[in-house]
Ligand binder design. Structure first.
Ligand SMILES: [Zn+2]
Length: 396
């Protein structure tokens, strides 16, 4: 059983220990070492493992993963073998661990505030590369939070962070444990470790925590979305919160400069621009539709087709909505047959009273299909000419 040094001091970045067991790792070329004592945190409770190095008289090994087994042995995945019995000096990546402690500590504070202010029960923590999430079961199975509720949670947590209250971890005796005001019941029965943050959060946890709430820095909620009947709250703390704030501010500043408006007016300016753009598109579309209709009429031929008007048109690629509008208006008149190639897109259409199957015709000259009165597909512009010749020959 490995003695876990981080229980007593979560800021212990260096320590001395001894390799008690060594075995091949799960990936080829890796090894796993168990130590008699270690400050490396093994993945558990949603908090990821520490990384770092083990130095010994024969050289050094990188620690790339850490996990604990059922016998409470902590296994360090290494990039090289170290003989059993070797004395080692461990050095932890303190930046990575500090970041994890900020997110993990913030999660406790957030879960405590969710319980106190909204009577929500937190189910699990996922500490990700970018942000962290908790799933919260809310009364009446709500899966959303209002803007006011999000502000209430952020304000509550950030005020408590600024109080810089001490964070204390200990293993209470059974009698003491029974009387502690825990936020939720412990999931283990033996060796229950308690974390208390000031007088506003107390729960069982085996993780690493900052020494006071002030060291969490700040908390920012990024989003709340429904997930499996719960509200999934995504958040960042500490250095990550500052980085997110910087990123969003720069995006907002750039967007404001591009739209020539102050950041506060971004959302109004963007919606105004969006409706102006939609109106401009509608106008352009109407213009294109009129132009197409004009082309259909200019290409009309009536000879040899028993009173039916045939229009064969080849044009450049045109907006699909304009094509659809022009075609539907054109064939709403009686006795019309239309063969259109707009770029590589074919549209063959006819009025209700014209007895030709356009879906069959389009398949004879190119690729596509549709209904007898309206078919679409792909082909070269020459397809239109071929189809026109077929119609003239067969309708004579
Ligand atoms: Zn914890």
């Amino acid at each position: 059983m490995t003695e876990r040094l981080y229980y007593d001091d979560a800021y212990l970045w260096e320590f001395d220990g001894k390799v008690t067991r060594m075995r091949p790792g799960k990936k080829q070329g890796t090894w796993e070492a168990a130590l008699d004592r270690s400050a490396f945190y093994p993945t558990s409770g949603g908090q990821p493992y520490d990384t770092g190095k083990l130095f010994f008289s024969g050289g050094e090994a990188c620690v790339t993963d850490v996990e604990a087994d059922r016998d409470c042995e902590v296994w360090h995945t290494l990039d090289r073998m170290i003989p059993e019995g070797t004395e080692v000096h461990g050095v932890i990546d303190g930046k990575r661990r500090t970041d994890h402690m900020e997110q993990h500590g913030g999660e406790h504070m957030l879960a405590g505030a969710v319980w106190e202010k909204l009577q929500g029960t937190t189910i699990g923590l996922h500490l990700g590369q970018e942000d962290s999430t908790i799933d919260v079961a809310l009364p009446e199975e709500r899966t959303h939070l209002t803007e006011e509720e999000i502000s209430l949670l952020e304000d509550t947590v950030n005020e408590r962070i600024r109080l810089d209250a001490p964070i204390r971890c200990w293993f209470p005796e059974k009698e003491e444990l029974k009387n502690l005001p825990l936020r939720k019941a412990p999931t283990v029965q033996e060796h229950v470790r308690i974390v208390a943050m000031g007088d506003f959060e107390m729960v069982a946890c085996g993780g690493t925590h900052p020494s006071s709430t002030g060291r969490i820095g700040m908390l920012k909620i990024l989003s709340v979305i429904p997930a499996r009947g719960k509200a999934r709250i995504s958040f960042v703390c500490g250095g990550r919160a500052a980085a997110v704030f910087r990123k969003y501010m720069r995006c907002a500043d750039k967007a404001g400069a591009a739209l020539s408006c102050p950041v506060e007016k971004l959302s109004r300016t963007a919606s105004e621009l969006k409706s102006r753009l939609a109106e401009a598109e509608r106008k352009a579309n109407r213009f294109e539709t009129r132009e197409l209709l004009e082309k259909f009429r200019q290409a009309e031929r009536t000879d040899d087709l028993k009173g039916i008007t045939l229009s064969a048109v080849v044009t450049e690629e045109t907006d699909a909505r304009a094509v659809a509008a022009a075609v539907s208006e054109y064939i709403s008149e009686k006795g019309k047959l239309l063969l259109l190639a707009a770029g590589e897109r074919l549209t063959f259409a006819r009025s209700e009273d014209v007895p030709v199957d356009m879906a069959v015709l389009i398949r004879r000259v190119g690729r596509g299909g549709g209904r007898p009165e309206l078919a679409g597909g792909a082909g070269i512009p020459e397809c239109v000419n071929v189809a026109r010749k077929i119609l003239i020959t067969e309708m004579k």
